[in-house]
Design a binder for this molecule. Structure first.
Ligand SMILES: Nc1ncnc2c1ncn2[C@@H]1O[C@H](COP(=O)(O)OP(=O)(O)OP(=O)(O)O)[C@@H](O)[C@H]1O
Length: 376
């Protein structure tokens, strides 16, 4: 661990051989596992105090948006610059979340990290803060030094908003967003007039800029840190090829960080493509834990196909009457969607189809938010 960092005193190490799946898995959060290429043969497990903390603290005790995901380590105990600390304080963050506590020292050391953490547990700050610390030591240049690839426009905007908070006192650093659904030439102009060191992008638009924006492929050669945010969703949405193409443009000598709520085989595969051998795997999700945030209620209903229309219609109607600020995301296949829209338009209002995540499956996601289309 980083010398002098908060984790030195609180982590202990042990080595173990990896047996058959699930056998002797030991403690599961947070852990750093050193892997070597095709699959982890031998792991170095770093146990942290967040493990005990998770059991010891209730969401009510810790409060705040991230509730029981907060650790006991304060940001001002860490090796981050006074400028970042001031911004963190202004943002209202005092203690680190578990994923932030587990990853910060390792990312600050410049190592590649694959981090598994539930959604809403502070992953964005976990990669932005150490990356900004590193960027603040680089000489000023028109290059892009930090590239964050996100699966959706909404997430890209959220990441940029978080970056702006953390950059509050780093006046020489800036952030720009490039996402589909906006005018390419406007983005080109803004990048030319004000080239920023941090670029947050969705894969399709990023590829567009690589192919069509003069000078962009040179700027991207300056990337020192690459982040794939919500890597599982990026792959689910069919962006693997785009990501591989983008990676081919970026220097091999870089730090790569993958953050993901789940780590299926596809994420493992992309880690082997994108990251250096010996990258660290940090898992902050306990075995058997739900993959989704604890504050998201999930329900399901099994119904015969011919009743789907009427059941869905009634569920939605009830939902929109109970919650004035309602927001609905609705995943369906295209055929069902067309019939459904025809019916619901008449009774509920206009839906907006804003995303088809997988061209292969023909799935669509609809967003409807109290009369306004929301972005995806
Ligand atoms: N240390 C912290 N203390 C308090 N709040 C925090 C801390 N770190 C992040 N947050 C806040 O917690 C919320 C969730 O964080 P964030 O969106 O980064 O989570 P995430 O894991 O990236 O979620 P998603 O997977 O949805 O992107 C945000 O509102 C963020 O501002």
């Amino acid at each position: 661990m980083m010398s002098g960092g908060p984790s030195d005193a609180t982590h202990r190490k042990r080595r173990r051989r990896r047996g058959p799946k699930g056998a002797g898995d030991g403690p599961s959060i947070p852990r750093a596992v050193t892997t070597n290429g095709a699959g982890p043969e031998e792991e170095e497990v770093v146990e942290g105090k967040a493990m005990e903390l998770d059991a010891a603290m209730s969401a009510a005790e810790v409060g705040g948006v991230v509730g029981s995901h907060l650790s006991e380590t304060r940001f001002d105990e860490c090796a981050v610059s006074p400028l970042s600390l001031k911004a963190v304080k202004d943002a209202g963050y005092e203690r680190m979340t578990q994923v932030q506590e587990a990853t910060l020292p390792i990312i600050l050391r410049g190592e590649d990290v694959l981090a598994k953490a539930k959604t809403g547990t502070g992953k964005t700050v976990a990669f932005l803060l150490p990356a900004i610390e590193f960027l603040s030591t680089l000489p000023r240049s028109p290059s892009i030094n930090l590239l964050v690839i996100c699966p959706t426009r909404e997430l890209a905007n959220q990441v940029a908003a978080e970056a702006r908070k953390l950059l509050k006192y780093h006046r020489s650093l800036g952030v720009q967003v490039v996402i589909g659904g906006t005018k390419l030439h406007q983005e080109q102009r803004s990048m030319q007039s004000n080239p920023c060191q941090i670029l947050v992008a969705t894969p399709g638009r990023l590829k567009d800029h690589l192919e069509n924006t003069p000078g962009f492929s040179n700027r991207i050669k300056g990337v020192k840190v690459l982040v794939l945010d919500e890597a599982d969703r990026l792959l689910d949405m069919g962006f693997r090829r785009d990501i591989e193409k983008i990676i081919a443009f970026i220097p091999k000598e870089r730090q790569t960080l993958l953050f993901s709520a789940t780590v299926p085989e596809e994420v493992r595969q992309i880690s082997h493509v994108a990251m250096k051998r010996g990258y660290k795997f940090i898992n902050t999700v306990k075995e058997g834990d739900e993959e989704t945030h604890s504050q998201v209620t999930q329900m399901y209903m099994v119904a015969p196909l011919d009743l789907h229309f009427s059941i869905l219609y009634n569920v939605l109607k009830k939902h929109v009457t109970e919650d004035a600020d309602y927001k609905v995301s609705y995943l369906t296949d295209f055929f069902f969607l067309v019939s459904y829209l025809t019916i619901t338009r008449l009774y509920i209002g206009d839906w907006s189809m804003c995303h088809c995540p997988s061209k292969l499956s023909g799935d669509c996601i609809l967003y409807y938010c109290n009369g306004h289309q929301t972005c995806c």
